[in-house]
Design a protein around this ligand. Structure first.
Ligand code: PLP
Length: 355
């Protein structure tokens, strides 16, 4: 498996001068977002006295149509706290094989919570089927773990999950006594793509984790939303995991700014990803996955013989991309403009026309 977080040698580059397609986590706060930090009403959040954090949590719960929300430093800690709120030691969680909670969270649920992880196959859209999900729920038998939770994801590497599929999976899991958690790190991209309200996207789910630090442009922070009881348990787990922060309103203020100002603009990122996909597909020598580019990502296969030289040429032009591979992924975000897309396509085309 390639490591998508592999480091590039960019020590001599100013991040702000680069067109950085590595991830939508690389965004820097805007002047307005910094201004929001300066104005934040702060207090000790472990005492529940940080007004900026309380306001953000109330706002997010209302936005997603749930009872309560809790601020976390990272999505990994938010997902882990959700899983451990729903599961005890010896229980089991079902997770799609390619989902972040299985692949990129170092098996925290097992390591720290004694929760078994059972994976379910995902199809080309990143979805698990109801039939497969049901088949993986264990019988009440002392040989097996106790299946307690289904963990879904939306979007899955930029692909929007059909809402009917999410709702059907949730209903089927609930009918068998399971809870359902959604890793919605990029749920807002699904919201913009489908036009469905966040409440509708979350209606059938027991808990949802959203990232403020991805395409929404906050420097850090995630929120877990759900019912009062789940959030109460998650608060204890957050403390255990070392995530109880003090005047964290400086970050919550960024999150509030992001939720109020950076959601509708995601359409620009989706348009840019589409424009990039289109441009790259005009390069003879690249195989571009046009169908996969639904939200803010472009995908292509870069043949082995081009990887090193193309990567170098891009770097010389201050264009940062993940290590080129058979499954390259370029991510658009608020730090990348339409002009940046056009320039990038120009560099790709220049490379391939010189071959
Ligand atoms: C980024 C991400 C997370 C959380 O990552 P953190 O870096 O811990 O905030 C979780 N799920 C998905 C799908 C992600 O892309």
């Amino acid at each position: 498996m390639t490591n998508q977080y592999a480091k590039l040698n960019i020590a001599n580059k100013e991040p702000a001068d680069c067109i950085d397609f590595r991830s939508d986590t690389v965004t820097l706060p805007s002047a307005e977002m910094f201004q929001a930090m300066v104005g934040a009403k702060l207090g000790d959040d472990v005492y529940g006295e940080d007004r900026a954090t309380n306001e953000l949590q109330d706002y997010a719960a209302e936005l997603l149509g749930k009872e309560a929300a809790l601020f976390f430093p990272t999505g990994t800690q938010s997902n882990l706290s959700a899983i451990l709120s729903h599961c005890q030691r010896g229980d089991e969680v079902l997770i799609g094989r390619e989902y972040h909670t299985f692949v990129y969270e170092a098996h925290g649920a097992s390591v720290l919570g004694g929760v078994g992880i059972c994976t379910i196959d995902t199809n080309h859209r990143g979805s698990v089927s109801v039939e497969d999900m049901l088949a993986h729920i264990k019988a009440d038998d002392p040989h097996f773990g106790i299946t307690k939770l289904l963990c879904l994801e939306n979007t899955v590497s930029g692909r929007v999950q059909p809402q009917a599929q999410i709702d059907e999976l949730s209903d089927a899991a609930h009918a068998r006594g399971l809870k359902v958690h959604l890793d919605g790190a990029r749920l807002f991209n699904a919201h913009i793509h489908t036009g469905l309200s966040l409440k509708d996207l979350c209606y059938s789910l027991d808990s949802v984790s959203i990232c403020l630090s991805k395409s929404l442009g906050s420097p850090a922070g995630s929120l877990l939303v759900g019912d009062q009881e789940t959030i109460r348990k998650a608060k204890r787990l957050r403390k255990i995991l070392g995530g109880g922060m003090r005047q964290v309103g400086v970050l919550a203020a960024c999150g509030m700014y992001a939720l109020k100002n950076n959601v509708a603009r995601l359409q620009e990122d989706h348009d840019n990803a589409r424009r990039l996909t289109q441009g790259l597909s005009e390069c003879r020598g690249l195989q571009v996955s046009v169908d996969e580019s639904q939200t803010n990502m472009a995908f292509f296969h870069c043949p082995k013989e081009h990887r090193e030289n193309l990567q170098l040429l891009l770097l010389e032009n201050n264009i940062l991309v993940p290590k080129l591979s058979s499954a390259s992924r370029l991510v658009c975000h608020l730090g990348i403009s339409r002009a940046d897309i056009d320039f990038t396509v120009q560099v790709f085309k220049a490379y391939f026309s010189s071959q």
